[in-house]
Design a protein around this ligand. Sequence first.
Ligand code: HEM
Ligand code: HEM
Length: 181
Amino acid sequence: MTQTRGFSRRAIIMHWLITISIFFLFISSWWMLSLPFPSEDFKYRVLPFQVHKNIGITILFFLAILLYLRFKFPPGTVVISHAHPWMSRLVIFYHFLLYVIILSCCVSGYMSSSYSGWNTTLWWIIELPNWGYEDEELNIFYSEIHLWTCWALLVLVAIHVSGAIYHAFRNDGIVQRMLRL
Ligand code: HEM
Ligand code: HEM
């Protein structure tokens, strides 16, 4: 690979904050959904759901910052000698898709929860517009979209991480672009 300027330090920090947050949401969400529904006796779901929503919405900010930084301080284009030009185009499209799917997960989660009848207070400080009202059908509709976009994200992340492992074994400097601070 021809060595070029990598991602900016702040972009790398954002990438890892997004990664940790998404892994946390995936691992915690199935546990969260197995908790009993809120009732007079059981309130267990309330806190984990609030934490999930807060982290999910925060990912949106991280994503916006990452996008801003990667265009303000664009990393150099990677030139791998054996790679075909269409491969670079595929990687660009793939990263674009990753951004779109993360965004869709966040928006569908927010839409679903805004029709659930439960308010969302961002980190217990900022009251978010609860533009919906309690509507079971719309809640289920957006919840389905949330579920499917999350599955799509899981597949994309699996491919992304496999790609990173492949490049780590080849020791071609790609992974270092996201590790060097
Ligand atoms: C990248 C960001 C996110 C990821 C990876 C993620 C992941 C998940 C997963 C895997 C589930 C369990 C499967 C399901 O039933 O859908 C779930 C459920 C849920 N998520 Fe998220 N989520 C994200 C963002 C958000 C946001 C921003 C909100 C709301 C502000 C949210 C609200 C919910 C709610 C209310 C549920 C419960 C079930 C439902 O109504 O769909 N999520 N999330
Ligand atoms: C939830 C998990 C992850 C998500 C959502 C994610 C997301 C992203 C995104 C959106 C980009 C595109 C940056 C851009 O060009 O604008 C990127 C690049 C990158 N990611 Fe991840 N990532 C994740 C996990 C990982 C892991 C575990 C590694 C392992 C080392 C990794 C290594 C990289 C590398 C090396 C690049 C730069 C590729 C290049 O040079 O163009 N990522 N990631």
